[in-house]
Design a protein around this ligand. Structure first.
Ligand code: UDP
Ligand code: MG
Length: 317
């Protein structure tokens, strides 16, 4: 019995690119079926992440044209990570393997073959790793590289140059479902799932149509979310910094007492003010970082639903 493959594709305002890439995914599923690697029950599952354009109309139309297409639509824009999770959890019930991929054709679709081969030879998770980023702008490349290095340094265990293009088996998905956190950073969570894993290299292409939904602002908040939802290293750094500053100020106090006892000078106004400013800064910074974590605890305790499905293509049939 061949495994059932679900290709999970989050889409947000992708009306330009969907008509171009959807047939490519279908072709891939057909080829894999003909090669006898996957079952004919395999599907392409689109997740409409609250798009404001015609994305959902296109998905509905595709699903009426070919049974291999299906889709779910979220009640509002919930962000790439949540949309992806919604799709994976939807696929979990029906598939043996899932592959998550962006809908813009940037991630080489042919890598799917290699991922399925890795699965067939026993891997539960297969990471798609970018071998080069020639087609990205220099700026995007630079910031992305900085992002991975910073994440690593801050204690978040993520796979270098791996985005969300990956294969996960049914049991890996079932384990992922056990992670109940609201602040989702899948790249950091998946390695925690465990099981046998491997990786497949592919070269990153240019977007086939439409424009990036990840402007710098979103990328920065993505990085901050990644670090603060995975690691407590920033707090430790602040604590370490606090220790050093305390030690230095202790020496400073002794020094000022000795100077006063010797009676050689009056304490300077400038040094007093700068010390006050310095401590003001350090304290504010610490409060900021601690506040970030308290915010996370707050959201986590509320246990809000991570996504709400409003519609499914099956409803129309
Ligand atoms: N995406 C989404 N919700 C969002 C933003 C993006 O589902 O709020 C999807 C988008 O449709 C695409 C994928 O996430 O399939 C990656 O986005 P994009 O290609 O714009 O990012 P980039 O490749 O530029 O980093
Ligand atoms: Mg893209």
């Amino acid at each position: 019995m061949q495994p059932i493959l679900y290709i999970v594709i989050p889409c947000y305002n992708e009306q330009e690119v969907l008509p171009v890439t959807a047939p490519m995914f279908l072709q891939k599923i057909n080829d894999l079926y003909i090669d006898g690697k996957i079952s004919d029950q395999s599907r392409i599952l689109f997740v409409n992440d609250g798009s404001r354009d015609k994305t959902w109309d296109i998905i509905s139309e595709l699903s009426s044209l070919d049974e291999h297409y299906c889709g779910i639509s979220l009640s509002r824009n919930q962000g790439h990570q949540n949309a992806l999770l919604a799709g994976l959890m939807e696929a979990k019930e029906k598939c043996d393997i899932s592959i998550s991929v962006d809908c813009d054709g940037q991630d080489d679709i042919d890598a799917i073959d290699k991922m399925v081969d890795e699965y067939l030879s026993g891997s539960d998770i297969v990471y798609g790793v970018r071998s080069d980023r020639k087609t990205d702008t220099k700026f995007k490349r630079g910031t992305a590289q900085f992002f991975y290095k910073l994440m690593r340094a801050m204690g978040a265990d993520i796979v270098y140059n791996h985005a969300d293009y990956r294969l996960m088996s049914k049991r890996a998905l079932e384990t992922l479902a056990e992670f109940k956190e609201v602040n989702l950073f899948l790249r950091g969570l998946v390695p925690m799932v465990g099981f046998k894993y491997s990786s497949v290299e592919y070269s990153r292409k240019e977007r086939m149509a439409g424009e990036s939904k990840y402007p710098l602002k979103k990328m920065i908040s993505f990085a901050i979310n990644g670090i603060t939802s995975l690691s407590v290293k920033p707090i430790r750094l602040i604590t370490a910094f606090g220790f050093i500053v305390s030690a230095l100020s202790f020496i400073g106090i002794i020094w000022s007492i000795i100077t006063a006892l010797v009676g050689s000078s009056v304490a300077g106004w400038a040094s007093t003010v700068s010390i006050i400013c310095f401590f003001g800064g350090v304290q504010l910074l610490s409060l900021g970082v601690i506040g970030e974590y308290i915010g996370k605890i707050y959201l986590e305790v509320k246990g809000r639903p991570r996504y709400t499905i409003a519609q499914k293509t099956d409803d129309n049939k």
